[in-house]
Write a protein that binds this ligand. Sequence first.
Ligand code: DO4
Ligand code: MG
Length: 278
Amino acid sequence: MKAYQLKNGIILEEKDQLYLGEGEDWSNFINNDDVLSIASSWISSGKVIPIKKLDHSLLKAPIAQNQELWACGVTYLRSKIGRQEESKDSGGADFYAKVYEAERPEVFFKATPHRVAGSGEKVRIRKDSTWDVPEPELTLVVTSSGKIIGYTIGNDMSSRSIEGENPLYLPQAKTYDACAGLGPCVYLTDQPLDKQTEISLTIQRNHALIFEGSITLSQMKRSPEELVSFVYREASFPGGCLIMTGTGIVPDSSFTLQSGDEISISITGIGTLVNSVA
Ligand code: DO4
Ligand code: MG
């Protein structure tokens, strides 16, 4: 079952059929341990009505106003290697090697909802940055009790020039207006995702493909439950929380994003998140 946040309601999608719940509130819906059975009962009871088409221009990022977006880092070997390359002159490379092996993962605050773009909306690169990449990441949708009730697609936009200059600049490399993309929907499930689930990234410039890459979840060093347990350690999330699980795709050092680039991130079973760069 998939759920989409609309400007004024919720759309459910089950077995290729769409259902509209006009006026339904996303924040109540998404922070509920039983959301999957509630969504099914909405369909069987007729609380939501069948519709024919999904109007993508009405979609909102699947994050409620009372939720936070957190992120985890260096959870794939490719991310460790990329960070070590960019920080070798600053002497920061050792920190990435250590955190990849350590029991405690890297977790950081990424964004409040107003800094998040939905699918079809624009993400930004900072004006004071010279080297920028999208980071395609499986994103966990977690309730206030710490239960993973679904998954969405995340784009953890990152300034490699700022992060590489000094690891202490991480919040500036990661958090700014339109620094993240999320969407298009939440895939609601009680089951863990298959390890062969593929995350793929393409970047188009002037309608030409300039980058493509893919990775499977089998390459992720940490489990989703482990990441939730660290984010929720000593922090409560009354409205629930979304957690990006880190990138396994990092373009080589010669690549940087430009205004106008179109970033598409697909995850098997969830869909495709599309954001262009402002
Ligand atoms: O340590 C810097 C950020 C890491 C990150 O965002 C990632 O690995 O996805
Ligand atoms: Mg990341």
